[in-house]
Design a protein around this ligand. Structure first.
Ligand SMILES: Cc1cc2nc3c(=O)[nH]c(=O)nc-3n(C[C@H](O)[C@H](O)[C@H](O)COP(=O)(O)OP(=O)(O)OC[C@H]3O[C@@H](n4cnc5c(N)ncnc54)[C@H](O)[C@@H]3O)c2cc1C
Length: 477
C-alpha cells in the first residue's frame, strides 16, 4: 500500500499509546537502547498500569523470563507468597455438594486431555480450521456436571476475553498454548499457588516511573484517530490534540485498537481472522477488588482465603496479611452494585465480619480479547504491542506484556535510529521452556479422552453385545 507524504516535521521520535505494562516496558527498553530519543506516552485512564491495576498484587513464576528481566532492570525483587498452613482448605463452590467428587474428577480428566493435546497448537501455527466446534459445544459434549462446565466456560472467557460460544476450539488451544498451558492459567486465575512469587503493582509502577523521568506521560488522554504517513504518524486524542511521531507503538489490546479510526485503513493482512457470531451476547467486564480487614477472618474458620464461585465468576485470595483481593466478571450495568454483591457473597461463607472492611478498592475494565494470531509484524511506522495481541509466550500474562513491549521498542528504535539496534536485540523470540517438547504417552492420551458420555456409550455397547452373543448362543443350543 502506498502511504501519502505528510507535510509536518514530527515533534516526537516515538509515541506510545497505552500506559499498561506493555507500554511501560516499551518506554523502558527504548530508553535503554537510546536515551536521547524523544518519547511520549498517552494513557486513556487516570492512572498507569492498565489491567494490572495501580494497587494490587500479581503473581509471577520463574519461567516468565521477560518479566524477571524487567524486575532486574528496575531493581525490584518479587516477594515469596505467604505460605499458609497446608491444613487450611480452600472455599470453592466446586468442592461443595453431592456432585463435587465426580464433577472434579471429570474436570481433571478434561483439563488433562486439553493439556496433552496442546503442544500441537503452537501460536506460530495459529491455523483457524473450518468445521471446528466452538468451546461451549466442546465443553458441553465432554463435561456432564454444571459445576465443571461453568468452571471451564469461565476460564475460556477470562483467557480469550469473549464468551466461550464465540471461541473456536482451535483458537482456544492456540491461545492457551501461547499463554504457557492450561494448568498454568488455572494457577494464575484460580488457585494462586504458594510456589509463585508476588509483586505489588504499586511498587512495580513506581520503580518503572523512577527510570522514566525524561518521558512525558499524559493521563486522561485517549487516542481516537491515527493517520499513517510515509514519513511520520499522527495520533489525535479525544481532546483534539495531535501528536506526531516518527513511529507509534500501540500498546493496547486488539479490541481497543479496533475502536481507533485509521487513515488509511489497516491493510487486510494485519486484520485478525476472528469469528463473529450472530446474536452475540453483551460483553462482560471485569472488576478487580481489594478489601483490607483488621485480621484474616477466613483463617479463624479454617480457610486459606482461596475463594471461587462460578456464577457469577468471583475469584479471590489473601494477597497480603489480612487483605483479600480478587476479581468478578459481570455485565457493565451491574458496575455500581458489584462490590456490595461480592462482600455479601464473602460474608455468606466467611462470616458477617467480612461486611466491614477497613478499606476497599475496586476498578473496572474491559477484558482484553486474545482471539487471534499474535501480531508481531509492524505496519511500517505503526507497531503493535500488548500482551493479548502480540505476546507469543505468556500471552495474556505479565510476561507476555513485557515481551511484547520489549519487542515493540526494538522495532520502534529500528524505525527511528536503525544504527543503534544490533542483531542481538532483534533476537527476542526464544523457545518456550520445554512446553513444545512434551511428549505424552499414547495410553495416557487415550485414557484422558474418557468422559461420562463416551464411557456410558461404550458400557451400553459392550453390555448389548454380550447380551446379543448370549441370545445367539442360547438359540443355537
Ligand atoms: C484478574 C486478572 C488477574 C491477573 N493475574 C495475573 C497474574 O497473577 N500474573 C500475571 O502474570 N498476569 C496476570 N494477569 C494478566 C496481566 O495483568 C495482563 O496481561 C497485563 O497487565 C496486560 O498488560 P497490557 O499492557 O498488555 O494491557 P493493558 O493492561 O490492558 O494496558 C492497556 C492500556 O492502554 C490504555 N488504553 C486503551 N485504549 C487506549 C487509547 N485509545 N488511548 C490511550 N490509552 C488507551 C488502557 O487504559 C490501559 O491502561 C491478570 C489479569 C487479570 C484480568
Amino acid at each position: 500500500m502506498d502511504l501519502p507524504f505528510g507535510t509536518q516535521t514530527p515533534e516526537l521520535d516515538v509515541l506510545i499509546v497505552g500506559g499498561g505494562l506493555s507500554g511501560l516496558s516499551s518506554a523502558l527498553k527504548i530508553l535503554a537502547l537510546e536515551s536521547t530519543l524523544k518519547v511520549r506516552m498517552i494513557e486513556a485512564s487516570d492512572g498507569l498500569g492498565g489491567l494490572m491495576g495501580q494497587n494490587s498484587t500479581r503473581l509471577v513464576d520463574a519461567a516468565q523470563q521477560d518479566m524477571l528481566a524487567l524486575l532486574t532492570l528496575i531493581h525490584l525483587s518479587p516477594r515469596r507468597r505467604r505460605s499458609i498452613s497446608g491444613r487450611l482448605r480452600r472455599c470453592w463452590d466446586l468442592d461443595r455438594g453431592l456432585t463435587a467428587l465426580p464433577a472434579k474428577f471429570e474436570l481433571g480428566r478434561y483439563i488433562e486431555m486439553l493439556d496433552l493435546r496442546m503442544p500441537k497448537f503452537r501460536s506460530k501455527r495459529f491455523n483457524l480450521r473450518e468445521r471446528v466446534s466452538n468451546m461451549e459445544q466442546h465443553i458441553c459434549h465432554h463435561l456432564f456436571f454444571s459445576k465443571s462446565r461453568n468452571f471451564m466456560l469461565n476460564l475460556v472467557q477470562l483467557v480469550c476475553g469473549v464468551p466461550a460460544n464465540e471461541v473456536d476450539y482451535d483458537v482456544f488451544m492456540s491461545v492457551c498454548s501461547s499463554c504457557g498451558g492450561l494448568k498454568m492459567l488455572i494457577d494464575f486465575y484460580f488457585t494462586y499457588p504458594t510456589s509463585f512469587d508476588e509483586i505489588s503493582t504499586q511498587m512495580l509502577i513506581e520503580n518503572i516511573l523512577e527510570q522514566l523521568q525524561f518521558i512525558k506521560i499524559i493521563l486522561n488522554c485517549r487516542a481516537v484517530r491515527l493517520e499513517h504517513f510515509k514519513n511520520y504518524v499522527q495520533v489525535t486524542d479525544d481532546q483534539g490534540n495531535k501528536h506526531t511521531a516518527q513511529a507509534a507503538i500501540l500498546a493496547i489490546p486488539w479490541n481497543k485498537v479496533q475502536k481507533l479510526q485509521f487513515e488509511p485503513r489497516i491493510p487486510k493482512v494485519f486484520l485478525p481472522r476472528t469469528t463473529s457470531r450472530s446474536g452475540q451476547k453483551q460483553r462482560q467486564v471485569i472488576s478487580q477488588f481489594q478489601l483490607r480487614y483488621g485480621k484474616s477472618v477466613w483463617t479463624d474458620l479454617g480457610y486459606s482465603g482461596n475463594f471461587l464461585s462460578s456464577q457469577p465468576l468471583v475469584s479471590g485470595h489473601e494477597c497480603r496479611m489480612s487483605s483479600f483481593c480478587g476479581y468478578v466478571l459481570h455485565s457493565p450495568e451491574d458496575q455500581d452494585e458489584v462490590l456490595q454483591d461480592v462482600v455479601d457473597l464473602l460474608a455468606e461463607h466467611f462470616g458477617e465480619e467480612m461486611r466491614q472492611p477497613l478499606e476497599c478498592q475496586c476498578f473496572t475494565d474491559e477484558l482484553n480479547v486474545a482471539q487471534h494470531k499474535p501480531q508481531t509484524k509492524p505496519w511500517h511506522r505503526v507497531i503493535w504491542s500488548s500482551s493479548s495481541a502480540v505476546g507469543t509466550s505468556y500471552r495474556s500474562l505479565m510476561g507476555g506484556a513485557v515481551q511484547s513491549g520489549f519487542r515493540a521498542a526494538v522495532n520502534a528504535v529500528f524505525v527511528v535510529r536503525p544504527q543503534v539496534v544490533s542483531w542481538k536485540d532483534m533476537l527476542v523470540d526464544r523457545p518456550k521452556n520445554g512446553q513444545d517438547v512434551v511428549s505424552a504417552g499414547r495410553i495416557r492420551g487415550l485414557l484422558s479422552r474418557l468422559n461420562l458420555y463416551n464411557v456410558t456409550f461404550y458400557s451400553f455397547f459392550v453390555i448389548g453385545l454380550i447380551w446379543l452373543l448370549n441370545l445367539g448362543y442360547a438359540r443355537s443350543i
